[in-house]
Design a protein around this ligand. Structure first.
Ligand code: ATP
Ligand code: MG
Ligand code: MG
Ligand code: MG
Length: 481
């Protein structure tokens, strides 16, 4: 008999028919009740084993983690909390699990311990929920853009282009070749180690994406992105997934509208499709909050926080306005944000961003028109800015508890201005000849942004460490498997 998913059973409207389910034992109580999880839902299915007619040796093999196939009559459950249960008539052990050695016993494990067991942590309720939510969110990303007529473009993973990542790139090597490139002294030439050329793993698909937007009109990328982040923060991975739409004829305002609409759509989509998983994660967070002193507890529960984002406009604030607010502000009783008073033009630190989002505006914030000096070369210079105070049409979206979730801009469409800016920071025109072609042939206003997918998953799941929302985190500490 073909087996049926627990999720479908729980959604079914009839009972009293025979089903087969396959999954893993979560708990086995009183030699009689198996709580079975098959991964399709956060909910376990209660399966009642006829222990009097089941051989002792079989009962002994039923441990947390054992893979089983169970056939029996689906009946309405008398117990509280669940709709159906199975009266098992046939029990098959599909794979044993050594109770002594299996690390994922149903108890509270520390997140650090679970990170070291990334291959097994998905068997816990919390990680099952997180990974299902992640899957639905990624589908929502495609759903949004496809509905709006964007085309999905796969930009290269191995590339010579460096959008902005000086110092943050992983170089790609073909040194396993018998004849690696060598310099005159006979030493291996690391600058030319990809079959004689220099390449790195992509830090952003933007530059290549722009070339496609200038033909297909509106495109998006959604792919793996690599940055040699050498610090251990809870927001940075060495390998993460980035979503990068790029739209011809969109200016910075259109870009902000797109980003806000997109974020709200994917959150709404996930809230609707993942109600049970999110409710579970919310409960888990509430338990955690109870351990904290009252003053540090979050004001909103997870679903309330997600709905708040859906129902409120993101606050749009220019960099200069933000600096004025910060100058006037006292983050705690004693100190003002001192250094900003001295200097317009400094980049905001995460404490400033958090203050703006969490204390001042108390909602997601889109900061725009940053000083040109602290932003990338390809961003559109604002017209009519004061000399010495040039700004670019850049925007960052800042979220509570996460900080920067999006970085985007209107791009500099004017060939001459772009070349000037490249020269000023030492980028060789020859190197980006193909990128400059977009400005030579039918250049037009265009805009786009990059959104770190894991930061979005962090926000939606309420988790606080980025290592806990990607299946196998790559950081200086975790890259084993
Ligand atoms: P940050 O200031 O947090 O280091 P960034 O300004 O370097 O981010 P961008 O180059 O603007 O990042 O990239 C676009 C988006 O990609 C960011 O807004 C963020 O959501 C995400 N992102 C950037 N670096 C990482 C990383 N190392 N791990 C996960 N997500 C990242
Ligand atoms: Mg960075
Ligand atoms: Mg940044
Ligand atoms: Mg950025």
């Amino acid at each position: 008999m073909k087996h049926i998913k627990v999720k479908d059973i729980l959604n079914s409207t009839k009972s009293n028919y025979e089903v087969t389910v396959k999954g893993w034992v979560r708990t086995f109580r009183n030699n009689q009740f198996i709580a079975l999880n098959d991964g399709s839902t956060i909910h376990n299915l209660q399966c009642v084993v006829d222990f009097e007619n089941t051989p002792e040796v079989t009962l002994k093999r039923i441990n947390t983690g054992t893979a089983v196939g169970l056939t029996g009559n689906l009946v309405e459950s008398k117990g509280a909390g669940q709709k159906y249960e199975i009266q098992v008539s046939k029990l098959e052990i599909l794979g044993d699990c050594d109770a002594e050695k299996f690390p994922m016993q149903p108890k509270k494990h520390s997140l650090e311990f679970l990170r070291e067991n990334a291959h097994l942590r998905v068997r816990t309720n919390a990680f099952g929920a997180i990974m299902r939510v992640r899957s639905v969110l990624s589908f929502a990303v495609h759903s949004y853009f496809q509905e709006k007529g964007f085309f999905y473009v796969n930009t290269p993973i191995i590339t010579g282009a460096d959008a902005e990542g000086a110092g943050e790139m992983f170089q790609v090597t073909s040194l396993s070749l018998d004849n690696p490139p060598r310099n005159e002294e006979g030493n291996v030439d690391y600058k030319k180690d990809f079959f004689g050329k220099h390449t790195n793993l992509t830090v952003s698909g933007q530059l290549e994406g722009e070339t496609f937007a200038m033909a297909l009109g509106q495109i998006y990328t959604f792919g793996p992105t690599f940055r040699a982040e050498n610090s251990n923060t809870s927001r940075h991975l060495a390998e993460f997934w980035m979503i990068e739409p790029e739209v011809a004829f969109n200016d910075l305002n259109d870009n902000m509208d797109l980003a806000e609409d997109f974020i709200k759509y994917v959150i709404k989509y996930t809230v609707d499709k993942c109600a049970d998983d999110l409710k579970f994660l919310e409960g888990r967070l509430l338990d955690e909050e109870k351990q904290k002193p009252q003053a540090e507890r979050s004001e909103m529960a997870l679903l309330e926080k997600l709905n708040f984002v859906l129902e409120n406009n993101f606050k749009r604030v220019s960099y200069t306005e933000a600096i004025d607010i910060l100058k006037e502000s006292t983050p705690n009783k004693k100190k003002k944000f001192q250094y900003l008073i001295e200097e317009w033009g400094a980049d905001l630190q995460s404490e400033h961003e958090r203050f703006l989002v969490e204390k001042h505006f108390k909602c997601p914030v889109i900061l725009y028109d940053y000083p040109a000096k602290i932003k990338a070369f390809y961003m559109r210079l604002n017209d009519n800015t004061e000399p010495g105070r040039e700004t670019v049409r850049a925007m960052d979206i800042l979220f509570p508890a996460i900080g920067e979730i999006v970085g985007g801009s209107q791009r500099e469409e004017r060939y001459d201005v772009l070349v000037e800016k490249m020269k000023a920071i030492g980028i060789d025109e020859e190197e980006l000849w193909w990128y400059l072609d977009t400005r030579r042939f039918g250049s037009a206003v265009h805009s786009g942004f990059g959104l770190g997918f894991e930061r979005l998953v962090l926000f939606v799941t309420g988790m606080t460490n980025i290592r806990d929302v990607i299946p196998f985190p790559r950081t200086p500490m975790n890259a084993e498997f």
